[in-house]
Write a protein that binds this ligand. Structure first.
Ligand SMILES: [Fe+2]
Length: 232
């Protein structure tokens, strides 16, 4: 099954609902690629011995990995945490997630600052580029199990919007504009540009920050059912 993505409506209904526009406005994988968002479909039942996953990790240098489970019944303050995951933010590094079970949504901003919802299910691996504004939520099933991948030692730092003064933010905007076509067809991004403030940042340490540093997928830890999802 191909990954599904669509432009979102602006209703303030529960974030876990699909929020499709009427009529539905799908977004293709090619359009996501232009935003720097890449996708693979993998065999989640055999992730620990999957040569395709190994190849991706080797080629892209994803040396860190761990596995997290987010589940309504077992995660304390679930509703509160879900709201936190849903705050718009960016990172200074790529965000790489591989859904091993259940479902989840990643929302990303397009070049015109519209929200695109990416529906992730078992077997979907996605990379969001450093500097892209995004947010995360579970869907109405309230359950997902995901592998987190990272180049080197992970940094769980998120900068809530506005965070436009970071060099990586400007770089990602330039890249998106370049992918969008010739200058006369480009639409200028209209993000806010306040002074950079570290007050807008936060760091949440992973309970097992060194877990999974070994390249081997056998080194998986953090598979407890109530494992807290420490990063958005
Ligand atoms: Fe994030």
């Amino acid at each position: 099954m191909a990954l599904e993505a669509w432009y979102m409506d602006s209703s303030d209904e529960d974030q876990r609902k699909p929020h499709r526009l009427r009529p539905h406005q799908p977004v293709s994988l090619d359009e996501l690629k232009k935003l720097g968002v890449f996708h693979w479909r993998l065999d989640a039942d055999h992730f620990d011995s999957d040569p395709e996953l190994r190849k991706i990790r080797e080629e892209r240098g994803y040396s860190y990995m761990d596995i997290i489970t987010i589940q309504k019944d077992t995660l304390p303050n679930y509703e509160e945490k879900l709201k936190m995951f849903y705050e718009e933010h960016l990172h200074l590094d790529d965000e790489i997630r591989y859904i091993l079970d259940g479902q989840a949504y990643f929302d990303v901003r397009d070049k015109e600052d519209r929200w695109i919802r990416i529906s992730m299910s078992k077997g979907d691996l996605i990379t969001l580029p450093a500097g892209i504004y995004h947010r995360f939520t579970l869907d109405e099933t309230n359950y997902t199990k995901a592998m987190r991948l990272f180049v080197g030692e992970p940094v769980w730092k998120a900068y809530n919007r506005p965070a436009d003064d970071f060099e990586i933010r400007q770089k990602v905007q330039r890249t998106v504009q370049d992918r969008a076509g010739p200058p006369d067809q480009r639409i200028q991004y209209t993000g806010l540009k306040p002074p950079l403030t570290m007050l807008n940042s936060r760091t949440v340490e992973s309970p097992t920050p060194l877990a999974g540093l070994s390249f081997s997928a056998q080194a998986v830890t953090g598979d407890e059912p109530n494992y807290i999802y420490p990063e958005r």
